[in-house]
Design a binder for this molecule. Structure first.
Ligand SMILES: Cc1cc2nc3c(=O)[nH]c(=O)nc-3n(C[C@H](O)[C@H](O)[C@H](O)COP(=O)(O)OP(=O)(O)OC[C@H]3O[C@@H](n4cnc5c(N)ncnc54)[C@H](O)[C@@H]3O)c2cc1C
Length: 453
């Protein structure tokens, strides 16, 4: 262990066992999930509760040393790795799950609890978390709140922001703010909870969250639908949205993405023929929604083929085609990752324009697209383009901005997208954000270089 004064204070705060300085151990916190972003931490601290987090942050503030916070390290914009020389604060031990308030359908959880652990705790009570996505076993609710994660159910329940009714957080000087009552109605000034959600660890370290829960519907049906193109997918989802109040998810992917998934996972072909595009939809309600879903698919335009599953195994098998995309892409190489959104009427044009735009920046690039169709949200993964990453990113983000879109729909800005923030936010908005950052973290010690430079 390094013997500096700061390290002594950190040991007093968390105990020797939870100050990690062995380079071999620290290294596992220093590279992000994509393998593209790295940083060298001075040390890693693993506080056990809010009070310990406050002591750590206060000690770092006194020593003028940056603090970078890491949850499950599944973030995709390079924000979860430290800046060189920072203390990396891991939330891995903030894992308390409080008693479930079934009357209010709420629960208070530690920021380091994984999404899967909350699901496991509340599902036996007939409740669920309104947000879900493939990283559920590793991502933490603190990280989800900090990035305002989206995922597969935004169509029905909104993003993480809509699920977070309260937070407890430690500010840059070690002050604790606690707002965990979970009152659905509370108009008493600035919404500090919402401000911390989506702030990517730059305004405070979230230690606890009060989550809104949604009903866990026992009746579920999933359909994989083959369509001609993106326009067909958008038209299909529009019809299903109108006909099926139980519609919960609508995910888009394409033939080349499915080919890659099948190559990496060995999954069988879902249909006798290869189709250009696929939409995976899920409906959930108290009674079995299969008949409603089949009837809606019978009336919907542009359905080339469809397969429906209502049993758990069949549903998971269909979801695997969509949820295996991220890992299959990563297994094929380190991708340039973009996560953009355009207004729904522009989605088809944007998808059509993307291959040419990407090829103009990197002729050998291999783009794989998939996304959450109802929100016009596309995950643009570009393989074989790492040496031309910046020109590819620039070309794609400028294209998206030309449609009035967002350079980051759900992963956040982090370090990866910081240089393009002005494509999505006006100068006045960015100055307002800087003002908020200066007010809450005047020394710039929390996650420096993330979101704002
Ligand atoms: C296979 C896969 C699928 C994914 N699918 C989706 C998807 O569908 N939708 C989506 O939105 N994202 C998705 N992601 C991205 C990622 O899982 C989310 O961004 C997730 O919310 C990050 O949580 P984490 O705990 O891993 O956070 P980290 O990666 O550890 O951190 C992410 C950011 O949050 C900050 N942070 C973490 N914890 C705290 C805290 N307690 N207080 C303050 N700041 C904190 C970090 O400093 C960093 O800025 C996916 C990732 C993978 C690997």
């Amino acid at each position: 262990m390094t013997g500096g004064i700061l390290e002594q204070h950190l040991v007093e705060a968390v105990g020797t066992a939870h100050l990690l300085t062995d380079p071999g151990v620290v290294a596992s916190y220093e590279t992000d999930w994509t393998g593209r972003f790295h940083g060298r931490a001075r040390c890693v601290v693993r506080p056990a509760d809010t009070a310990q987090v406050a002591r750590v942050v206060h000690a770092c503030a006194v020593a003028d040393v940056p603090v970078c916070v890491q949850g499950g390290n599944t973030g995709l914009v390079g924000a979860s790795v430290p800046v060189d020389g920072a203390v990396l604060l891991s939330t891995a031990r903030l894992t308390d799950i409080g008693a479930v308030d079934e009357l209010s359908a709420q629960v208070t959880v530690g920021a380091g609890v994984t999404l899967a652990a909350v699901q496991e705790r509340v599902r036996p009570l007939g409740l669920d978390v309104g947000v879900d996505f493939a990283a559920r076993d590793s991502c933490t609710v603190g990280g989800m709140a900090a990035t305002n994660a989206g995922g597969e159910r935004v169509l029905r329940y909104g993003t993480t922001r809509a699920q977070v009714l309260g937070v407890e957080a430690v500010l840059a000087d070690g002050t604790v703010v606690s707002r965990l009552a979970g009152l659905p109605k509370d108009n008493t000034g600035y919404d500090v909870v919402s401000l911390l959600v989506g702030s990517e660890g730059t305004l405070g370290i979230i230690t606890k969250l009060r989550l809104r829960l949604v009903p866990l519907f026992p009746g579920r049906a999933v359909a994989l639908v083959a369509v001609e193109d993106t326009a067909g997918a958008v038209a299909l989802v529009r019809t299903l949205r109108e006909m099926l109040p139980s519609l919960e998810a609508a995910e888009l992917f394409f033939a080349d993405g499915l080919d890659l998934v099948r190559e990496k996972t060995g999954l069988p072909a879902p249909f006798a023929r290869r189709h250009p595009a696929y939409v995976l939809v899920e409906c959930a309600q108290r009674a079995d929604p299969t008949d409603d879903l089949l009837a809606a698919l019978g009336e919907a335009p542009g359905v080339l083929d469809a397969t429906v599953a209502a049993d758990v195994r069949g549903r998971h098998a269909l979801w695997a085609y969509r949820e295996s995309h991220t890992e299959s892409i990563n297994a094929a190489g380190v991708p340039v990752k973009l996560d953009v959104a355009v207004p729904l009427p522009a989605l088809s044009d944007c998808v059509a324009a993307l291959p040419k735009t990407i090829a103009s920046a990197c002729p050998t690039a291999r783009p794989i697209l998939f996304g959450h169709v109802n929100e016009g949200n596309l995950h643009v993964n570009v393989l074989d383009a790492l040496d031309r990453a910046e020109p590819v990113e620039d070309a794609v983000l400028r294209l998206v901005a030309s449609y009035g879109g967002s350079i980051s729909a759900e992963h956040g800005v982090g370090r990866a997208k910081r240089g393009w923030l002005e494509l999505s936010r006006s100068a006045a908005e960015i100055e307002m954000m800087r003002g908020i950052k200066r007010a809450l973290d005047p020394g710039g010690l929390l996650n420096p270089g993330v979101l704002l430079d």
